[in-house]
Ligand binder design. Structure first.
Ligand SMILES: [Zn+2]
Length: 517
């Protein structure tokens, strides 16, 4: 067989940009070899076997000379089988079994089975989104119809088998297009009306939702911290189409295949999670911080997380992005999560409990709180103390019994639903965006001065608090932002004295005695 060449285009699973990859196939004379340049031997061996078998079982000849396949650019993450289809098509083109340049203007994706069938392929959505922005036709495994549905259009085609792709490229058959699926908005998993008591904490959650403020809840075990955090996504406005696509794309990039139900993410990694799992690490895949983008990152038992993990939160909390990967190849993922953290008031969890069962010394309590660094605490707008659950409720055996909701119809009526609170939250957010183009949590020092003006009464109140609590300048700015959110929830253009007072109440750690900080 003479020297044939072909180039087929695909995309690499790197970041949300999913850069183009040229799969170059060269056929030469000589002893039969099949070399894939730039991939690790295990990946090569498996891919070689699948491609060869798929070509043969599809009724084509496998060329007998030297086959060299080069993926360019070379320094790509060496992920699984997604290049099988472009490699197979490249070989058939280079050997003259498909018309020259048959695949021009197309992007091909998909892992092949030995039978020639196209398998569901991982991490595909970012590539399809990037490909859909070009003039290219995209050929996608039919098993990836969920990913294809996000970019459905006349240029997105589904194929089940290598043979179907070949027939389409020879112009003797047509591939079906992908159907757009309505991406259903899921209802919140948990309604805040189901959480009993904790009215102060519920109000704090509403304020956090309205201004997108990060919040730390401090309370004993069983106070409902996790349940309250799980309610937050249901208080936030539903995702719009653009943000939903970003959420789906990040999930796909992480190797997940979420269904068509798109909701605001709620991620709650355990404190034992590795730093790589939290940030994405060296794999160039999104970690928990990015999987929580547009949603909630809940970190229970915050002081138990490793110092590295806590430090890794700081930059994304400011910038909304996280950089993952190693020195040679890094990629950036969005990480615009809302942080909700929880901790016990002391190592045993029962400080302040009227039963007096806490035996922790002031030194032990201080050390426990010091595990969270000052710079991280500085980035958390709200710290809220949760009341210990009253003794009579504590008698109930489990948390789920405690919080399974009011039993009678009348008490259910007296508790606000997530939908009612979400309506106030949405209105308050519209006010913020109209006024300053961003939510209150994102306000910088200069903007705070212009949008959080105080009248004389409020200034006197905050001056007294600075005196009494020794508020730092940073804490002072946090109080102003929170007061602004409280006023926005009440649709008040001017911050009132009561807003400032409520805001000061949301800074529990500022009120802690100095030796406990
Ligand atoms: Zn204790």
């Amino acid at each position: 067989m003479g020297g044939g060449m072909s180039t087929v285009v695909s995309r690499a699973p790197v970041g949300l940009a999913a850069p183009l990859v040229r799969v170059e196939v060269h056929l030469g004379c000589g002893l039969p070899t099949f070399a894939l340049v730039g991939l690790p031997e295990t990946v090569v061996r498996e891919s070689r076997e699948r491609v060869r078998s798929a070509i043969l079982t599809s009724g084509y000849d496998f060329p007998s000379g030297r086959i060299t396949v080069n993926l360019s650019p070379a320094d790509l993450p060496k992920a699984g089988g997604r290049f099988d289809l472009p490699i197979a098509i490249g070989i058939l083109e280079a050997s003259g079994q498909l018309p020259r340049r048959a695949a021009r203007g197309r992007e091909l994706y998909g892992e092949l089975a030995l039978s020639g069938e196209l398998r569901c392929t991982n991490q595909l959505l970012p590539a399809l989104i990037a490909g859909a922005r070009t003039e290219h036709e995209l050929i996608v495994p039919a098993a990836n119809d969920w990913e294809a549905s996000w970019v459905a259009g006349p240029r997105v085609k589904l194929a089940r088998h290598l043979r179907e792709v070949c027939e389409a490229l020879r112009g003797i058959a047509h591939l079906p297009g992908a159907d757009a699926i309505a991406h259903v908005r899921a209802l919140p998993r948990l309604d805040i009306a189901q959480v009993r008591g904790q009215f102060t904490a519920k109000r704090a959650l509403e304020i956090a939702a309205a201004g997108a403020h990060a919040m730390l809840m401090i309370g004993p075990p069983g106070a409902g911290k996790t349940l309250l955090a799980q309610c937050l996504p249901g208080l936030l406005p539903p995702l719009d189409e653009h943000d939903a696509l970003e959420v789906a794309s990040l999930a796909s990039a992480a190797g997940q295949r979420p269904g068509p139900h798109i909701e605001r993410p709620f991620r709650s990694p355990q404190h034992t999670a590795s730093i790589a799992a939290i940030t994405g690490g060296s794999s160039c895949r999104p970690g928990e911080l990015s999987l929580a983008h547009h949603g909630v990152l809940f970190l229970d038992e915050l002081p138990e997380f490793s110092r590295n993990a806590l430090e890794a939160l700081r930059e994304p909390l400011e910038s909304g992005v996280v950089v993952v990967g190693r020195a040679r190849r890094t990629c950036e993922y969005p990480a615009g999560f809302q942080l909700i953290a929880a901790m016990n008031p002391c190592p045993c969890g029962y400080a302040g409990d009227s039963s007096g069962r806490c035996r922790c010394t002031p030194g032990q309590r201080a050390q426990y709180r010091r595990r969270i660094s000052g710079p991280l605490i500085d980035r958390i707008d709200m710290h809220v103390e949760l009341a210990p659950v009253p003794v009579e409720q504590l008698m109930a055996a489990t948390e789920s019994e405690l919080f399974s909701g009011p039993s009678s119809e009348s008490s259910r009526m007296s508790v606000e639903s997530s939908a009612a609170i979400a309506a106030r939250v949405a209105a308050a957010r519209r006010v913020q965006v109209a006024r300053q183009g961003m939510l209150n949590a994102r306000l910088g020092a200069a903007e705070i001065d212009s949008v959080c003006r105080l009248d004389r009464e409020s200034r006197a109140l905050i001056a007294a608090a600075i005196d009494r609590l020794g508020l730092s300048a940073r804490a002072y700015h946090r109080v102003l932002k929170l007061a602004r959110t409280c006023a926005d929830l009440a649709a008040e253009p001017q911050i009132r004295r009561s807003d400032v007072s409520e805001a000061i109440g949301l800074r529990a750690l500022d009120r802690a005695p100095r030796d406990e900080r």
